[in-house]
Design a binder for this molecule. Structure first.
Ligand code: HEM
Length: 194
């Protein structure tokens, strides 16, 4: 007999997840045209802020309080996972919960450094009131190295993508260990109850 399926991920979590995934992958792939890269970055920042709010007021499985756990609990879970003997969780596992927090922080940092870069290069965007524009070269044809913040933005973008690769690897590993399709669960919102 197959176990009944129950609802685990609410629609807000799923919509935020897939929009955030699309925004992060698109912006990592290209920064052209710049206006689209910029607006996709704003969208990612709004999605992260919405997820943080939902983590405080949303249903049980969405709440940070239900999945942020002590480092030792995360280490024990990971040790069990690689031996395929970890406990199955209906909501986020301890490692999944840590990854949620890390991804939200990294996307926020990448978006913030992008806004700082826009202010430094073009004197535009929400941070232009607090970050001074780097003056353009005086002579025609003269080149200036890009401001440091642009390099920081690039490094953060690449680090976020590395985290995403780790995230997807973790999803595949946990799916195999518990013989369930976690990606399908993030689409339908449902998981088997046992
Ligand atoms: C840029 C790409 C991605 C980002 C930024 C991202 C981010 C996140 C975040 C923030 C969560 C937490 C969900 C929540 O509680 O709100 C999450 C969970 C999840 N993501 Fe992704 N994700 C990405 C790509 C993917 C892809 C490609 C897959 C498909 C394999 C995937 C599958 C999942 C699953 C299954 C969960 C739930 C994990 C669990 O059971 O604990 N994600 N992701």
């Amino acid at each position: 007999m197959t176990a009944a399926k129950i609802s685990v991920w609410d629609p807000i979590i799923r919509i935020i997840h897939w929009l955030l995934a699309a925004a992060v992958l698109f912006n990592w792939y290209t920064d052209q045209p710049l206006w689209l890269h910029t607006w996709t970055g704003y969208l990612a920042a709004v999605l992260v802020a919405s997820r943080v709010l939902w983590g405080c007021i949303g249903p049980e499985n969405a709440r940070f309080a239900s999945f942020v756990r002590r480092p030792q609990v995360i280490i024990d879970y990971l040790a069990g996972l690689v031996r395929f003997s970890s406990r199955r969780y209906l909501g986020h596992s301890p490692a999944g919960g840590a990854m949620v927090v890390a991804l939200l922080i990294m996307v926020a940092a990448t978006a913030g450094s992008g806004m700082a870069s826009l202010a430094a290069i073009e004197g535009r965007g929400p941070l232009s009131a607090v970050i001074e524009r780097v003056p353009p070269p005086r002579a025609l044809g003269q080149r200036r190295p890009p401001p440091l913040i642009c390099g920081i933005h690039q490094v953060l973008g690449n680090a976020t993508l590395a985290l995403v690769v780790l995230h997807v690897a973790g999803v595949v590993l946990a799916s195999c260990a518990h013989r369930e399709n976690l990606m399908a669960a993030m689409i339908t919102g449902r998981k088997r109850s046992k």
